[in-house]
Design a protein around this ligand. Structure first.
Ligand SMILES: [Mn+2]
Length: 327
């Protein structure tokens, strides 16, 4: 792994960048992309923003209109590719092109050891990749303005759950407070990220909540939504990552899970905890993430997967152990 100084020196030395974030972009992924974009552009460098997947609806942040949407046809040419908030393999449909980059930089705050690139900076103790981007831009002496401050602030708000998650600390609040000084509109950003939902989603949420299940006296809770249910409510399953934040509201929950059948036989598992290490649980099923927020994608029979994951989670909660998977 490289130091932040080495990353900063590299960015100073190069002039042509393509910035990418993860599949299913979230506020921190987008905030990091846009913050770097505005910062490097202000230094006179050529930058493009590329995403494989569409953006969450309702976001009105500056710079989102600069994002190009590409798929497997993506080729970086001679540009340096900077992957933020994930490892290069998690960039979705453009991952093949990303991995062919002549020069690849990876800046992230997820599980250490997963970074890939010619330069890698992965710091899991940072609350958001947007915080790392903030530090980089300060080291580059980029002049901050409302645009830069807004996108970085929004990224931090996203990954801290609006300053409610365990990754919230004095340093994060200090940076956020400093960013507000540039004219950021915190109420609008929070509402766009957390509180603006279409009717179909709220009705689907009602359905999912009323079918919520628990085990071990409510210490484990899960919601399971079939593909046909998404169709019935007219909701794009890929846009429902945040369902898990409702499962975790159960007072007794130590592990909260959401199973979303995003297409027939393809299931996204979202995991949240307040103390239990659900990052290990996600990795057991081929996924990844943080200790308290993680996820995995599984394919197979929906009911069988729900049964396997929930029983593994129960055993994990009781014994703290994970055994080899059978399949
Ligand atoms: Mn993040």
């Amino acid at each position: 792994m490289n130091s932040l100084n080495e990353i900063v020196q590299y960015l100073k030395d190069r002039n042509d960048f393509i910035i990418v974030g993860h599949e299913g972009p979230d506020p921190d992924s987008l905030g990091s992309m846009l913050g770097l974009y505005f910062g490097l552009t202000k230094l006179g460098k050529h930058c493009r923003l590329v995403s494989a997947d569409p953006l969450p609806p309702y976001l009105t942040w500056p710079g989102l209109d600069k994002i190009e949407f590409q798929g497997e046809e993506f080729t970086p040419g001679d540009s340096c590719v900077i992957v933020v908030d994930c490892e290069p393999q998690r960039t979705g449909g453009i991952a093949g092109g990303v991995l062919q980059a002549k020069e690849l930089v990876n800046i992230d705050h997820h599980q250490r050891g997963r970074g890939v690139g010619d330069l890698v900076y992965v710091e899991p103790s940072e609350a958001a990749t947007s915080v790392i981007v903030y530090r980089i831009l300060r080291m580059l002496d980029v002049p901050f303005d409302q645009e830069i401050a807004s996108v970085i602030y929004a990224g931090i708000v996203g990954d801290t759950g609006g300053f409610r998650h365990a990754n919230t600390n004095g340093e994060v609040l200090r940076i956020a407070g400093e960013l507000l000084g540039y004219g950021v509109d915190p109420a609008r950003i929070a509402r766009e990220i957390f509180s603006k939902q279409p009717l179909g989603f709220l009705q689907l949420l009602g359905f999912a909540l009323s079918n919520m299940q628990t085990a071990q006296d409510g210490r484990i809770v899960w919601m399971a939504v079939r593909h046909k249910d998404f169709l019935r409510y007219g909701v794009d399953p890929e846009m429902t990552d945040h369902l898990v934040s409702f499962a975790r509201m159960l007072d007794s929950a130590e592990i909260a899970m959401v199973f979303r059948e995003v297409s027939p036989g393809l299931i996204r598992l979202g995991l949240r905890a307040n103390e239990v290490d659900v990052g290990s649980l996600a990795r057991h099923f081929g996924g990844g993430g943080h200790k308290l927020a993680s996820g995995a994608t599984l394919s197979g029979d929906f009911q069988e997967i729900v049964a396997e994951v929930t029983s593994t989670a129960q055993r994990f909660l009781q014994t703290g152990e994970l055994h080899e998977r059978d399949s």
